[in-house]
Design a binder for this molecule. Structure first.
Ligand code: MLT
Length: 405
């Protein structure tokens, strides 16, 4: 038996596992420290009442022979697909058919698994900095080439996102087969306008490239003219797959539910990707639990929408507290509006990991070092708004006490 040697190329530990390990070690060495975690984008507010009620009801159904359900349909029950189609697409004037939506256990899995239907010879274009899953899953699949001395992979087309281009990637010189885009962006918290996305859609259609659009943070968009879906852009159905998540929208990080849209018009070499993804999912995935699907359905009710918006407002307020507080302390900050993430420049002379260590040591605050998201993230740092509100205020006060000029 031969192992997949691509795994030997990759960092031994996933970014957020490394950050969590460092936090655990610090806490073990300083048991008295009240460490505040603003690192991984994991929610802290409980599930909203409509979701809990829907789950209780679904549990009762599972307890009785007449209403018990076994394997769910591989792509989702009609009730949830209908709710997604109506609320996330039709009501926003977007024509997506129910059989173009595939319910799953989350956007992270889908974004890793989608590569199953692409050739290993494809060249992928990835923003730098970026959600590490895009790079890591392409390394595992054998699409990355070798790591250069500058930390970049030889076969990946990098699209640097820095303060100079306002953290929005420029169209690369070399034509990629697959382009990963994420807006609102993780980690920078920046958004793309319709005009900016239109350029990508036109480019992809012209060059026969596929866009993988990660829209996991769309629920944070408050500006009317910022698109929540790539399909708001004309021409996107012939070049883009969209990944969506209930994790940040409705606090489902522990529930596991998301979905992927693969339009039937999306064809390469005359082959539609939709039946390929359907085949992949039917073979390797057995669907989302009935209880979770009922929970997801509940957020689309009028009451559900009201309740999740209250939770989102809570996190949006945290984002404001972080952004304003850090600006006041003299940091150069980005994001924080239309996004749960604040991206800041670390003080002169520090690396991202130096700042991580100092922040943990002096403020007992944990964030995520920008360099963990890619070489162009060096010199930056990410804080999330998903923490408890009082703790977030406290974290910013501590940071100000140490760094305010
Ligand atoms: C993050 O912190 O970047 C996200 O929580 C990771 C994820 O969604 O998997």
């Amino acid at each position: 038996m031969k192992i997949n040697e691509n795994f030997l190329k990759i960092e031994a530990s996933y970014l957020f596992s490394t950050v969590a390990k460092k936090q655990r070690e610090y806490q073990a060495a300083h048991p008295e420290a009240d460490v505040i975690r603003l690192s991984i984008g994991d929610v802290t507010k409980p599930l909203v009442p409509v979701v809990i009620d829907a789950m209780h009801k679904a549990v009762d159904e599972m307890a009785s022979e007449d209403t018990f359900r076994g394997y769910p349909p591989e792509y989702g029950y009609d009730f949830i697909l209908d709710a997604i189609q109506k609320h996330d697409y039709a009501d926003r004037g977007i024509d997506i058919a129910k059989d173009e939506i595939f319910l799953s256990d989350g956007a992270k899995s889908d974004c890793g698994n989608i590569g199953d239907i692409f050739s290993v010879d494809n060249k992928v274009a990835i923003c730098d900095p970026v959600y590490p899953v895009y790079v890591d899953t392409n390394i595992m699949a054998g699409r990355s080439g070798e790591k250069n001395e500058d930390g970049l992979w030889s076969n990946i087309i990098y699209m640097p996102c820095t303060a100079e281009n306002n953290f929005t990637p420029d169209i690369p010189q070399e034509i990629p087969d697959v382009i990963y885009l994420c807006f609102p962006n993780n980690p920078t918290g920046m958004v793309a306008t319709k005009e900016q996305l239109k350029k990508w859609v036109d480019f992809a259609n012209e060059h026969n490239s596929l866009i993988l659009f990660d829209s996991a943070y769309e629920a944070f968009v408050v500006d009317e003219d910022i698109p929540k879906s790539i399909y708001e852009i004309e021409g996107a159905k012939t070049c883009a797959i969209e990944l969506r998540s209930f994790s940040k929208t409705a606090g489902f990080t522990g529930m596991r539910c998301g979905y992927t849209v693969v339009p039937k018009d999306l064809k390469f070499n005359g082959t539609s990707l939709n039946p390929m993804w359907a085949r992949r999912q039917a073979t390797k995935f057995n669907g989302v639990s009935y209880i979770t699907q009922r929970a997801a359905e509940a957020i689309y009710t009028e009451e559900g929408q009201k309740q999740i918006k209250e939770t989102l407002a809570y996190y949006q307020k945290n984002a404001r507290v972080i952004y304003d507080g850090l600006c006041d302390a003299g940091f150069e900050c980005y994001g924080g509006v239309n996004s749960p993430y604040v991206w800041l420049r670390v003080p002169e002379g520090y690396t991202s990991w130096d700042f991580f260590d100092e922040l943990l040591d002096k403020c007992q605050v944990v964030g995520t070092p920008g360099s963990g998201f890619g070489p162009a993230g060096e010199g930056y740092f990410r804080l999330t708004s998903f923490g408890n509100a009082e703790k977030t205020v406290e974290a910013i006060e501590r940071i100000k006490a140490v760094y305010k000029k």
